[in-house]
Every structure is written in structure tokens, then in C-alpha cells.
Ligand binder design. Structure first.
Ligand code: ARG
Length: 573
């Protein structure tokens, strides 16, 4: 059981014994050390409801609260807060065996579920650009955490590989193949798209061919499908180069693009019709949703089939939900997609519920995120105002990190400096994003993210190497020696380390990676304080063994936590 759960259960039992069984303990880590280690704030509202004196109720609860062997002190503060100070021996016992246990003693989150994290999901018509960065790295972190917590994880990459653009691209692919320079042209997908578009706009015959391809694609024409597949394959290879560089765990097996729902779309419209959800409006098939109102206060309509018979982005997403329930049997689907698509998801979820495509027990969650901004406070662009290719941004990150590393360590071999630069550069880009609350926009700033001070990847990576370096000097140490938490700095560090499982649970429940970043930063800063206050290598006997072990748990927690963020650590840098 995690620390939080253990204390919560004890408090709930005490509240019940004190006559308020329905009250919530409202337990949280203390905001200031003078409030102990945890504070429970639930007594106040319970007392208010029952018109009792809150301090009296708090006293009653404390009288019933059995924290023998857990807390060294429990007291009432202010109008009825309960402050809990943990017993150092108890904290030591929580941590004593984590090094021998799998996953640092973090137990599977109960109940375990079948969870899909859908992320990245670029449109394959063009190259990945910075707009795909946030989904890709936030999603990858959530996937890693969900997996670590013992759930049955399915990764999903809902790529945009369907629609009219693909007729145009296929037509242009045929032309470049005839000219014998397709391979060359496809190296730059962005340019490929631009040229195809120019052909489409300027040549009526080309445009006709493109439209004909769309029809034949949708009709399942084998020849055109084969061409389309070639294009999709190249485009996915571009994505995979980005994933590799980023260290993101998406593979071909995770790709299930919009095209794969093509055959289901007419069936879905039929089923929506049978469920009585469709209204015909000017030839289009529309679902009206009472819970969403337009400007005039009328129910909003969501089109699922156009007048010309074509289907829409929403129809495909409805198809995906249906598939994820019927075929994949998922309990929870997490959609990591730009916050600007929030309304689309709320409406789509609502339609799926009404149609029975998603049962009540299946959780559908849109995990939105804000925009990545440039220093000028506007969406991040190239100097000339173009979109920034993701692969170029990542190359630049590595180059900048290489310059920094070379300045710091000019004597290291170049290959070594490159290796560090990769870990630091990519880590910095990821961490800068992950450490901000995903709900807000954030400013992309090279100097801040690459700084070795503050809440940054380089700081944490460096902190890890500092801890690791202790072990190179220490020689063998006894990991079975019991922890002794006699100094305040030792106890504070141990407390934070003991909160690893609770932190991961919170990240998985609320889909907030910045909570993990903030936690790791705390681990690193508490370690630095401990290291300053408590000699490790110069101490002796049981104290030395205990301090080395605390350092080892710190190193493992930092390494594991950074790995869950998809950030590499190095033993030295
Ligand atoms: N391809 C879309 C885009 O680039 C994102 C897809 C998000 N996922 C979904 N199930 N709609 O905007």
C-alpha cells in the first residue's frame, strides 16, 4: 500500500470511530515543515456540516487515530487541521527493502486496467512539425507510467492517412515515379506536398486525376491503394526517424490510421440511424446534441455524413471508439491531443455514449495541452514565419547541447561529447515541455531549457551523475544494512523517496507529467541538502552504510523517474 493510502485508511477509520463515517480525510503532504509531514484537512468541513466545534472533533478523531509505529507526533493546528509527523523508523522500514524489490517497491495500481494511450497521431500528408511535439512526448510519458503501474498498455498512433489530400499526393507520386526522381523528392515531404499542391492548383488535368484517385482509393482499387501505401510508408519512415531521435516507444504495430476505419463508416452511420440519433439536414446526416448549444441557444449539430456521401474526421473517431470497445476491450482511452480539439472530443464522446459504442464503464479522456510559443509569445515559427520541422528542431537541440558540453569538457573525446549532447539536448527539449502544466501554453526557450541550474533536464541529469559518482569512490557497500534516519536532512530525503508510488499514481490518474517532474526536482534538491549536511564517504560503520543506501535509492529513483519521462541519464558527464 502506498504511504498516502495507508494514512488515508487510518484516518478514515478514525473519522468513522469518531462518529463521522462519511467525512473525507483530505490528506496531503504538508505544505510547510512546521506542519509535520502530512496534514489532514477534512475535519473542518465535517464539523461544519454537523455544527460541531472543529477542534473538538479533531481531538476526538486523534483519540481514535491509531498510528502506532507510523507517526511520532500527531497534533491539531489552527481551526482543526490534523498534522502528522512520521516516525523516522517507520520511514526507514518503508524504504529498507525497495532496492531488492521490482519497480522500487511500487505496487500495481488497483484495479489494473486495459488502457490505451493515443498519442502523436500526425497527418501523414506532411512532415511532423513542432505542433506534434507535445502530443508525442506527453503521450509517451503517460504510456510509460501507465505501463510501470502494471496496467495492460496499448499504444495508439491515430495517424491521418486518409482524405482528399491523398489523391493529390498519389497523383504526384505517379508523376515523380515516371520522371524517375520519386525517391529524391520524397526526402523532403514538405516540399513534396507543396509541389503537389501547385500541380493541383495549376493543372486541371492533374486535379481531375487526383480526384479520380480519391474515389478509387475509397472504393478500394488495388492499384491506387498500392501507390497510396508507398506514400504512407515513406511518410511513416519520416515519423519513425523522429521517434528514434526522441527515444519515443511508438512502432509500426501501434499505428492504426484513419484509413483503417474506412469500411466501418457506412455501418456506423447506419447504426446511428437505427439508434434514432440522426436527422437529415440539407442532405447531410447530423446528430443534434442537446447538451451543446450554439450561439442562438439551440442544440448543436454534428455532421457525420456530408451531402455528397463523404464522411468526416468525427465519423472516423466514432469508428475508432467503437473498435476500441468491441475489438480491443479497453477500459480507458487517453487521447493526447491539442486542447483546441476539446469540443470535437466532448461531442464525439457524447455521440458514442448515446449510440452505445462506449459503455459507461469505459473511460474516454481527452488530455489536451496548450501551444508551444516562441520568445515573442506567439506560436513557435521559423524566423521567416514558416512551420518548424520537428527533426530540424531536434538536430538543433543536439548541436546546442554539443556546444555547451564542449565548452564545459573540452578534453573529452568527441564521440563522448556527442553522446552526452544527445542525452542533454533531447532531454532538455522533452523536460521543458513535460515540466509545465500541460493545460497552459509555454514559451520555448533554448537558454532556459539547457541551463544546468533550476528545474531542467540538465540539472537532474547532472544530479544523477553526482550521486552515481559517490559509488565509484565508495567501493563495495552493504545494501542490506538498515537505514538510520537520525538527521533532519536524512529524514526529509527519505520522506520524499517514500512518496514515489503516490506520485506515479497521481500522474496516471490526472495525466499530468509535470507532477513527476516536480517530484524529481524535489528528490534532487533534498539530496543536495542531505549531501551538504551529512558526510557520506567520511562517515563510518552503520551510518556510512545507511547513507550510501539512501544515496543508492536516490539514484535509482532519479534514474527510473527520468526514464519514465523518456530522458536518458549518464553515469558521468
Ligand atoms: N491527425 C490529427 C491532427 O494532426 C490528430 C488526431 C488526434 N486523434 C484523434 N483520435 N482524433 O490534428
Amino acid at each position: 500500500m502506498t504511504l498516502q493510502h495507508l494514512l488515508q485508511d487510518k484516518l478514515a477509520a478514525a473519522l468513522a470511530a469518531a462518529g463521522v463515517p462519511d467525512a473525507q480525510p483530505l490528506l496531503q503532504p504538508a505544505s510547510r515543515p512546521e506542519f509535520g509531514d502530512y496534514q489532514a484537512n477534512g475535519v473542518m468541513s465535517a464539523a461544519k456540516q454537523l455544527k460541531m466545534n472543529p477542534r473538538e472533533l479533531a481531538q476526538k478523531v486523534i483519540d481514535k487515530l491509531d498510528l502506532t509505529g507510523i507517526a511520532s507526533k500527531v497534533d491539531i493546528a489552527g481551526p482543526g487541521f490534523i498534522n502528522i509527523t512520521l516516525d523516522p523508523a517507520f520511514l526507514a522500514s518503508r524504504l529498507d527493502h525497495v532496492l531488492e524489490q521490482p519497480k522500487l517497491g511500487v505496487e500495481p495500481q488497483q484495479p489494473t486496467k486495459r488502457v490505451m494511450v493515443e498519442y502523436s497521431s500526425p497527418n501523414l500528408a506532411k512532415e511532423m512539425h513542432v505542433g506534434h511535439l507535445r502530443s508525442t512526448i506527453i503521450g509517451d510519458t503517460l504510456a510509460r507510467v501507465v505501463d510501470y503501474l502494471g496496467h495492460d498498455l496499448v499504444r495508439g498512433n491515430h495517424v491521418g492517412d486518409w482524405g482528399t489530400q491523398f489523391g493529390m499526393l498519389t497523383a504526384y507520386l505517379v508523376e515523380t515515379q515516371q520522371a524517375g526522381n520519386a525517391a529524391l523528392e520524397l526526402n523532403d515531404l514538405e516540399g513534396f506536398y507543396r509541389k503537389a499542391k501547385i500541380r493541383f492548383d495549376e493543372d486541371a488535368d492533374f486535379a481531375d486525376r487526383a480526384r479520380d484517385y480519391v474515389v478509387r482509393l475509397q472504393g478500394g482499387d488495388a492499384d491506387v491503394l498500392a501507390l497510396w501505401r508507398q506514400f504512407v510508408d515513406v511518410s511513416l519512415k519520416h515519423c519513425e526517424a523522429v521517434y528514434r531521435k526522441l527515444g519515443v516507444g511508438l512502432t509500426r504495430d501501434d499505428v492504426r490510421g484513419e484509413s483503417s476505419y474506412n469500411d466501418d463508416l457506412p455501418i456506423i452511420v447506419q447504426e446511428l440511424h437505427d439508434a434514432g440519433l440522426l436527422t437529415e439536414d440539407n442532405g447531410a446526416q447530423v446528430v443534434y446534441l442537446n447538451e451543446f448549444k450554439n450561439h442562438d441557444g439551440e442544440p448543436m449539430g454534428v455532421i457525420v455524413q456530408k451531402k455528397d456521401g463523404g464522411f468526416l474526421y468525427t465519423t472516423t473517431d466514432i469508428g475508432a471508439v467503437r473498435y476500441r470497445h468491441k475489438t480491443l476491450h479497453l477500459d480507458r482511452v487517453i487521447y493526447v491531443v491539442d486542447a483546441r480539439q476539446s469540443q470535437h472530443f466532448q461531442q464525439m464522446f457524447s455521440i458514442c455514449r448515446k449510440a452505445g459504442f462506449a459503455p459507461a464503464g469505459m473511460s474516454l479522456e481527452h488530455v489536451g495541452f496548450g501551444t508551444m510559443m516562441g520568445d515573442d509569445g506567439k506560436p513557435f515559427k521559423t524566423r521567416t514565419g514558416g512551420t518548424v520541422k520537428l527533426i530540424e528542431l531536434l538536430d538543433e537541440a543536439e548541436e546546442r547541447a554539443f556546444a555547451l558540453v564542449s565548452e564545459k569538457n573540452p578534453d573529452l573525446a568527441e564521440a563522448e561529447r556527442r553522446k552526452i549532447a544527445h542525452a542533454v539536448g533531447i532531454g532538455a527539449v522533452k523536460y521543458a515541455d513535460l515540466s509545465k502544466n500541460r493545460n497552459s501554453d509555454y514559451i520555448f526557450n533554448w537558454d532556459l531549457m539547457l541551463a544546468f541550474e533550476g528545474n531542467t533536464a540538465p540539472y537532474l541529469q547532472y544530479a544523477y551523475t553526482r550521486v552515481a559518482s559517490i559509488f565509484r569512490k565508495a567501493g563495495a557497500f552493504d545494501a542490506s544494512a538498515p537505514l538510520q534516519l537520525n538527521e533532519p536532512a536524512e529524514k526529509q530525503l527519505a520522506l520524499v523517496l517514500a512518496q514515489f508510488g503516490d506520485t506515479l499514481n497521481a500522474v496516471a490518474d490526472d495525466c499530468l507529467p509535470h507532477v513527476l517532474c516536480g517530484y524529481l526536482y524535489q528528490v534532487a534538491t533534498h539530496f543536495m541538502r542531505f549531501y551538504e549536511a551529512c558526510p557520506v564517504l567520511k562517515s563510518e560503520g552503520a551510518v556510512r552504510a545507511s547513507r550510501l543506501k539512501l544515496a543508492r535509492i536516490t539514484a535509482e529513483t532519479l534514474r527510473t523517474g527520468l526514464d519514465l519521462l523518456g530522458i536518458e541519464v549518464l553515469e558521468s558527464m
